[in-house]
Design a protein around this ligand. Sequence first.
Ligand SMILES: Nc1ncnc2c1ncn2[C@@H]1O[C@H](COP(=O)(O)OP(=O)(O)OP(=O)(O)O)[C@@H](O)[C@H]1O
Length: 262
Amino acid sequence: MTVLLEVQGLAKTYGGVEAVKDVSLTVAAGEMVALIGPNGAGKSTCFNMIHGQIKPDRGSIRLFGRETAGMRPAAICRLGVGRTFQITATFGSMRVIENLQVALASHDGMTWRRLARLDRYKREEAQALLDLVGIGALAVHPCGELAYGDLKRLELAVALSNQPRLLLMDEPTAGMAPGARIAMMALAADIARQRGIGILFTEHDMDVVFEHADRLLVLDRGRLIAAGDAETVRNDPQVRAVYLGDGTVFAPAGAHAQEPAR
Ligand SMILES: Nc1ncnc2c1ncn2[C@@H]1O[C@H](COP(=O)(O)OP(=O)(O)OP(=O)(O)O)[C@@H](O)[C@H]1O
């Protein structure tokens, strides 16, 4: 199994708050790894350090065998890392396909001046990505008119436009209806497995996590308190204590699970 991401001893303190303490993790090709934990556990801080928005105080981040701690996001993106965000960031006034064409052009280092014919730029490639995420029929719709779930799919297509080997997905299903959440992650999982992309994702919906994660990592107050498959984590007493304490968050498969305490 090819390890894409290897993090060791990662730490970040804000003033007196130890947001992340000594976190180590790996993600391999084709693997779906969920980083879960209550609000304030340190998930976003980990993501931002891996993606270069925040410089770690300590620790090593190796992407595809290369040390990247402290590197800028653009450089990390060029190595083959895609990212989706909790809040979708698309150009509402453009057509759906143009959002992808802009992303493709930007990855190719094109400037706005040279983009006079954006409508023709890699149109087939852009359409193929839209088809892949299931919104090909919406290509010429104004992006601002998309339903929220379709916007999230567009964001996934934009993240894939760089042909990443690793995808970082920060609450990919936030704000979606429960059925759409499972479908969205099923789509991401299918694409990841077909293409050998590793996915590290944060998620508050435990149904989504248990359905799709190959491995779970549980953060609490900056520390990793448990790691393993769904069954291992479901039965971990420390994890159960963090999640409400009564175990209802880990309802049997099929039953609706609750989100962690906020
Ligand atoms: N820029 C910052 N300045 C000061 N403290 C911060 C900053 N960013 C995060 N923190 C603190 O660091 C801790 C970890 O926050 P982080 O956002 O990483 O948690 P999280 O698990 O992503 O939470 P959520 O699920 O709410 O997104 C929290 O105590 C938070 O208040």
